[in-house]
Structures are given as C-alpha cells and as structure tokens.
Design a protein around this ligand. Structure first.
Ligand code: SF4
Length: 436
C-alpha cells in the first residue's frame, strides 16, 4: 500500500527538509510518493491524492497550513474531517514541528495527529500500512500514545521522543536536487545546548542529543567517496562531539559543506580554516539583540567580546558574515534596540570587522513551549519604527551593510498558527480571518 506524503511547500523546499527524507528512508519498501504545493500529483509515481489510501502530511512552518488548504482544494478533498464521508477519502495523518506546536485544532482536519519525533513511530506506521481495513487502522491508531484523534483531549497524549536517530538524504529524493546545491543532507544533532527563552529548538526537543556517530560518519565517508557535498543540519552543530572530525574529513579532500547554524562562540580560528577549505562563503552570527542587557534577559549567553572575536575570525579568513537580529523581544523598546544595533555595526566598522556583512531582522514571534509563549509581539507600528531607525542608521555606514526585514504580516500569521484553537484556526487558514 503506497503511502503519500504531502509537504505543503514548493518542491525544492520539500526536497531540502529532513522530515521528508526521514519518511522516504523509513518507508522505502512501500515506494512512497511526495506531493508538494507545486506538484499536483506525486513527483515520483504520479500518485493522485484522492486515490491514495494513506496520506501523511508533514508541516514544518505555520504558514504552510495556508498552502495545505490550497492542496486540498485542488484535489477536491474537504478540509474538515466531518465533511469527508468515511471510506471515500484517504486516511489523513499529520505530523511535523508546526503540528507539534499546536496540535489541538488539527483534530478538526485530520483523522489523526501524530505528535513528536518520527523515529519511534516507524514500526507503528509500518503495522498500519500492513492492515486490511480502515477500522483496523483506526483501532490501532487509537492505541498510539502520541496520536491525537477526535476522541482524545490534550491530557491523553504524549509527544514521542526519539531514542537514537540519524536522518540523511533519501537516495530516491537526493537525485532530484535540493536547496543546498544538491548536497547530501545529514542531521548530526537535535535540540540545543542553549536555553534562549524565545527559541523552540531547545524547549520542543528538550535535551540536546547527537545523532549516532557511526551512522553519520559512514554517510559522510560515502559522500566524500562520491565527491558530493554535505549539508550539516542541527541547531547546535559544534556542540556535537564529532563536528570537528567531520569538518576535518571534508576539508582534507576537500568536499563542500553548508551549515545550518554555528553559535558565535563556536566560530574559532581552526574551524574558519576548515570552513574556508570546504567552500563556505557566509556564516550567520546570531546576535539576536545588540543590547547586552537584552541578551542576558533572553538567556542568550553571548558577550560583546565573543561577537567581536567571531567577526574578527571570519574577516581574517575572508568569510562573509550575516548578523541575525530579533526585533521586539519582550521588555524592549524599538528605538533603543535599533540604536544599539547601529552602535554595534559602527563599532564593528571602526574595528574593520565588516566583511560583506549583511543584516537579517525578524520580529519576535512567541512560540509555544517556550518561556515567552504568552508574551506579546511588537505592533506593526513599532516594527516600522525599529526598521526605519535601523535603515536610517545604516546610511551612516554608506549602506555597506544590506538589511533584510522579515515581513511583519507573515510573522503574525505564523504566531496565530501556533496559538489559535478550534474554528478560529480553521477560519484563519481558509483566509476567512485575515489576521490584521
Ligand atoms: S537561539 Fe540558537 S543558541 Fe539559543 S536555544 Fe535557539 S538554537 Fe540554541
């Protein structure tokens, strides 16, 4: 029985997502298919959604729910479970990070919502795929502790947590390319050693964990043998005990790598040498706030000296830098934060540490599970004040630092996707509530 996975983003984003690769590796023997926002039928076998008995939906970002509505509409599948006549439509099951953050309203859409990490669901899903009737399937799902169905409320399920894991590119999908210049994707860690109060990475995945070293190294070696690049994935890459070993192996060939993240404190001389050899061009320095008091309040353990040191190392090795900032963190004031940012950039300029540096700014968005989940976002007007103050300040640097501001409206919708319950959530993703 061929399972179909919907990933409600465009195909290149889907092919770059770890959960999608996990699914294809886990259920390879069932020849799964993938439907994306820009592919009406399965990208591998041409599967049609309305003719597939099992449809899994993986949602990583809140905004993807809007795309999911479009996918259901074009396949003429009613969005709400109550409007789907039993037996006439696929069994629809949701999972993924965005699902984990707010599973409750999804009970109105899906036959079941699986919460947590996929690894420990693998055998259960295989058992499901082997069953003969829908009744048997629903009976089995009802026994999964991580499954939320119409009959269960919040207190009756637990998020699944993986034991060992090692997700890497599925051979079937790898040949179709991805957003990482077709590099092999390898997840080396999950969770984060940090505890920044706004960030879901450590609160959702709880403890920091490393992927299985032997499996990771064998995949790294196989990529190296084929001369293929590697995209290393994880929230706290250099906290992984074998991160440097991977860099050294890749640099000795060299093969190209890309990194999902590196903390400023982890940007060292020796790593910069290896990164340069592996073709890395830009490294993101996640400062979050240029004000040291704010950084302390959000539990971002990052001193000004560490920022200068990281920027110095990057400059000396001719690596470009991207400074990442969050506007509107709780208890901050937009003009003060924006001015602190300009002061920091000016200081970096005086020290000659800007090197093709650009700036990426996003408004603070309260995330479920985090200590800031009940905090307010800054208003649209405050975000504009922040952005205008930054833009004006950048003129003093002769516009050598380019700034990119994440759209406010998309952040608001993302927050609402993580917070709204029941019909309010449904109205929003159907576009009946514009979120203004
Ligand atoms: S912001 Fe970065 S360092 Fe802080 S918890 Fe999240 S992933 Fe970790």
């Amino acid at each position: 029985m061929r399972p179909v996975l919907i990933y409600p983003e465009n195909r290149d984003i889907a092919l770059s997502n770890l959960a999608v690769h996990w699914f294809f590796n886990a259920f390879e023997k069932y020849s799964p298919d993938l439907i994306t926002l820009d592919s009406e039928t399965g990208v591998i076998h041409g599967s049609r959604l309305d003719r597939s008995p099992f449809v899994f939906v993986s949602v990583s970002y809140g905004l993807s729910f809007f795309n999911l509505v479009k996918i259901f509409e074009r396949s003429r599948i009613p969005l709400l479970k109550k409007d789907r006549e039993k037996g006439m439509f696929p069994i629809l099951i949701a999972g993924g990070v965005a699902v984990m953050l707010n599973p409750e309203p999804l009970k109105l859409i899906f036959d079941a919502v699986f919460t947590g990490e996929g690894e420990c669901m693998e055998q259960d899903i295989i058992s499901m795929l082997e069953l003969g009737t829908r009744e048997e399937v629903f009976d089995l799902i009802g026994r999964f502790p991580y499954a939320l169905t119409g009959g269960k409320d919040h207190s009756e399920y637990v998020c699944a947590k993986a034991g060992s894991f090692c997700v890497s590119s599925s051979p079937v999908l790898h040949s179709m390319g991805n957003c990482f210049n077709d590099r092999n994707i390898i997840e080396i860690s999950r969770g984060c050693t940090g505890k920044c109060r706004f960030c879901a990475a450590s609160y959702v995945y709880r403890t920091f964990r490393e992927a299985g070293r032997p499996e990771v190294m064998s995949r790294v070696e196989s990529s190296i043998e084929k001369g293929e690049g590697i995209a290393l994935m994880g929230a706290s890459l250099a906290s992984c005990s074998f991160f440097d070993e991977i860099l050294e192996k890749c640099a000795s060939v060299p093969v190209s790598i890309s990194l999902s993240s590196l903390k400023a404190a982890e940007i060292t001389e020796s790593r910069a040498v290896l990164l340069k050899k592996c073709g890395v061009k830009t490294v993101t320095v996640a400062v979050e706030s240029a004000d040291e008091v704010t950084r302390k309040a959000i539990l971002k353990n990052l001193s000004k000296e560490t920022i200068f040191n990281a920027m110095d190392v990057l400059k000396r090795h001719d690596l470009r830098s991207r400074i990442y900032i969050i506007a509107g963190l709780p208890s901050t004031e937009p003009v003060t934060e924006a001015e602190a940012l300009i002061n920091l950039l000016e200081e970096l300029d005086r020290r000659k540490l800007l090197n093709g540096t650009d700036l990426s700014v996003a408004p603070f968005a309260p995330k479920p599970f985090t200590p800031y989940q009940n905090e307010q976002m800054m208003s649209k007007k405050e975000y504009k004040i922040f952005s205008d103050t930054v833009r004006k300040g950048l003129l003093k640097l002769d516009s050598r630092v380019k700034a990119e501001f994440f759209p406010y409206r998309e952040s608001v919708l993302d927050v609402m996707c993580g917070q709204l319950k029941g019909d309010d959530f449904i109205k929003m993703i159907k576009g009946e509530d514009k979120g203004d």
